[in-house]
Design a protein around this ligand. Structure first.
Ligand SMILES: [Zn+2]
Length: 663
């Protein structure tokens, strides 16, 4: 009789070994961190005695599930903002909150929360891509889990590094500190082709090869990403990564939703593992990864949940279920991705994708004891059949739930027994996570109270308040005004012709004023057109009036608008929208030492007869404003504007709201 530490007895042993051997009733013997024997119960019981025994009758003993793609700390942002387009979700919510909250404590706690959830769902190993991976790794060790921890490197400042040089230094130190650890594989994770420079990809590839660890990267998640990359480099992202030499490392590519036929071969040729994330791809409407095609080409495909902010859980049972169903629907072929293959993706195939199949992914003597034991006694799991030899796989993939997982063993250690977590204090984790949730809530409540805060949150803004003295009038003859400007006491500094497309947002709260998005198409001297996009938050009221309809207005903040109008519409959710399109002849002039803009506008939408004249000058004090108002009065006279033609309305007041126009 050979003595061992732990024996799992009875029940159905699903080995997921190359022959897909099943033992029912079977047994698994564990010594230290390793599996030392797997086989029929009678045979094992006659050869081994164990210090500790787990009775597993009516249960399935299978390899622990492997989550090949996630962002662990993001479980703390679960449900923050859903049902949004990717850019609004990322730039409007995730990035601002990450900037404010992501620090080492956040990452540690978020990882504990994710580990607890995953262990309860039978997951024993995961691959992560985030920041402060030292903390992620430490929390994972506390939980007793196994992980490939990918330190994210991008070309922008991150929560853990102000520049990518420092990010690479952090990454190298992290790889060195954790090299050879029993549970943790420290890896570089250049985010994606579009967030990295060729130098970052080269440096991280060298790191991965030097330490012989996987390189984690997002690849071809959306059609936009691929289209953009093809336009820029004339190659799709995976082909381009091959050309850059990145695939010489042991690569784990997340998503791979939009691949062409050639790229399927590239995956196989370079033994690139794929992390397929069905829920995330569905939720963000990214598309359907060609999983059936990958599997036919012998590509190692694992399953991932992606981060909780785009899922919103870490449930590998759901991913198995969806991966099988989606592949059938997309190929219109119900035999595609059968249950056993779906379970393989969550176990042995996932281990191959992580380049860790020499250690985990199947129940075989010599491998690490990473095991999930699933109870089949619940209502949704009965009855059971043995008609095809494959029923047990169907049971797990189509009927079972993550809450059916009863015991979990990682690296030979029981980390969950009878659904009780043995390494983590779930109550305390929940309490701390709720506190973070409250802080994030407050941050958003604050932000949603003010338009300026909301504008500032999406970054890159000049917080500058400016005042303008201005007047507007109808004119009958544009040429007469242009001629009148040709005087010796008026210097025309610069002139331009432009088309301006303005969209005004109005809000329920009148204190918010209005927000203007302007597309300014400036016609250059050579006839070319260069567009300028700006976003301007405008004061709700006129500040002062000086007679002759000359008013003082306040624009609180102007910034380059580097996102689409659609983005701003979805992010600010205005109550009402109005549009003004016009052609503008703009003259920058100097009159009595004062800089002014004289605009002659033809309003195209809403269509108006004739032209409008605007005279504007920036101002900084009320005395200065009074002086400029007097000069503008003089100019009105010079340019022949009769008092009855002065206009007190803004152009936007001419425009009906989009809603009214549609009606
Ligand atoms: Zn991801």
């Amino acid at each position: 009789m050979q003595q061992a530490d732990l024996m799992l007895k009875g029940g159905v042993v699903l080995t997921m070994d190359p022959a897909y051997r099943v033992y029912a009733p079977g047994a698994v013997v564990i010594q230290g961190r390793d599996i030392i024997a797997v086989g029929p119960l009678a045979d094992i019981a006659s050869r081994f005695a164990a210090t500790q025994t787990l009775e597993c009758a009516e249960q399935v003993i299978m390899p622990g599930l492997i989550n090949t793609h996630t962002h662990m700390p993001m479980s703390l942002l679960r449900g923050l903002a859903d049902d949004l387009r990717l850019d609004v979700w990322l730039y409007g919510y995730i990035l601002p909150v990450e900037k404010q909250f992501v620090n080492p404590e956040f990452c540690y706690l978020g990882t504990l929360l994710s580990c607890a959830e995953m262990i309860r769902g039978g997951v024993t190993c995961y691959a992560d891509m985030y920041y402060f991976e030292e903390e992620v790794a430490w929390a994972t060790v506390e939980a007793g889990m196994r992980a490939v921890c990918g330190e994210t490197v991008i070309k922008f400042p991150t929560p853990d590094a102000p520049s990518y040089d420092e990010s690479l230094t952090y990454c190298r130190d992290f790889l060195r500190n954790w090299h050879g650890h029993e549970l943790i594989v420290a890896a570089p994770a250049p985010h994606s082709v579009y967030m990295c420079t060729p130098e970052i990809l080269q440096a991280t590839t060298e790191l991965a090869r030097e330490f012989d660890v996987p390189l984690l990267i997002h690849v071809s998640e959306t059609a936009d990403e691929v289209e953009h990359w093809v336009n820029q480099t004339s190659m799709p992202p995976l082909r381009w990564l091959e050309a850059q030499g990145v695939l010489e490392a042991k690569v784990l590519a997340a998503h791979c939703v939009h691949l062409n036929h050639e790229e399927l071969h590239i995956l196989r040729k370079h033994n690139v593992g794929v992390a397929h994330n069905p829920t995330s791809n569905l939720k963000l409407a990214s598309g359907f990864a060609p999983v059936a095609g990958m599997l036919e080409n012998g590509v190692h495909v694992g399953l991932g949940t992606d981060g909780c902010a785009s899922n919103n859980n870490l449930d590998l049972f759901e991913e198995m279920h969806l991966s099988a169903l989606i592949s059938k629907a997309v190929t219109r072929d119900p035999v595609m991705v059968p249950a056993r293959q779906a379970l393989a993706m969550a176990t042995i195939s996932g281990a191959k994708a992580l380049h860790l199949d020499h250690l985990i992914g199947s129940l075989e003597a010599g491998k690490r004891a990473d095991i999930a034991i699933v109870d089949l006694n619940s209502l949704h799991n009965v009855p059971r059949f043995e008609t095809t030899g494959l029923n047990i796989y169907s049971q797990l993939v189509y009927a079972a739930q993550s809450s059916d997982v009863r015991h979990v063993i990682i690296n030979g250690r029981v980390v969950m027994h009878d659904r009780q977590l043995l390494t983590l204090d779930a109550g305390s984790i929940i309490q701390q996570a709720r506190q973070i949730g409250e802080d994030v809530n407050q941050f958003f409540i604050q932000r949603e109270q003010s338009l300026l805060e909301k504008v500032a949150a999406i970054g890159g803004l000049e917080r500058e308040e400016s005042y303008e003295v201005q007047v507007k009038a109808r004119i009958q003859n544009k040429e007469l005004v242009v001629q009148a400007l040709q005087r010796s006491d008026i210097a025309i500094v610069k002139e331009s012709v432009r088309e301006q497309y303005d969209t005004y947002f109005f809000f329920s709260d009148p204190d918010w004023g209005m927000l203007r998005h302007r597309e300014d198409l400036v016609r250059e001297a050579d006839g070319s057109i260069s567009p300028i996009y700006t976003l301007t938050a405008m004061g709700p009221t006129k500040e002062a009036e000086y007679g002759n309809a000359i008013v003082l207005t306040r624009s609180r903040l102007t910034a380059p608008a580097d996102r689409t109008l659609r983005f701003y519409r979805e992010y600010f959710r205005p109550r009402e929208e109005r549009q003004v399109n016009k052609k503008r002849w703009r003259y920058r002039i100097r009159y009595h030492g004062v800089d002014m803009a004289v605009n002659i506008d033809e309003i195209i939408q809403p269509a108006r007869e004739g032209w409008y004249l605007e005279i504007k000058s920036r101002t900084w004090s009320s005395r200065d404003a009074e002086r400029k108002a007097a000069l503008i009065s003089e100019l009105l006279h010079i340019l022949g504007v009769a008092p009855e033609n002065l206009v007190r309305q803004d152009y936007v007041d001419f425009a009906a709201s989009l809603e009214e126009r549609r009606a």
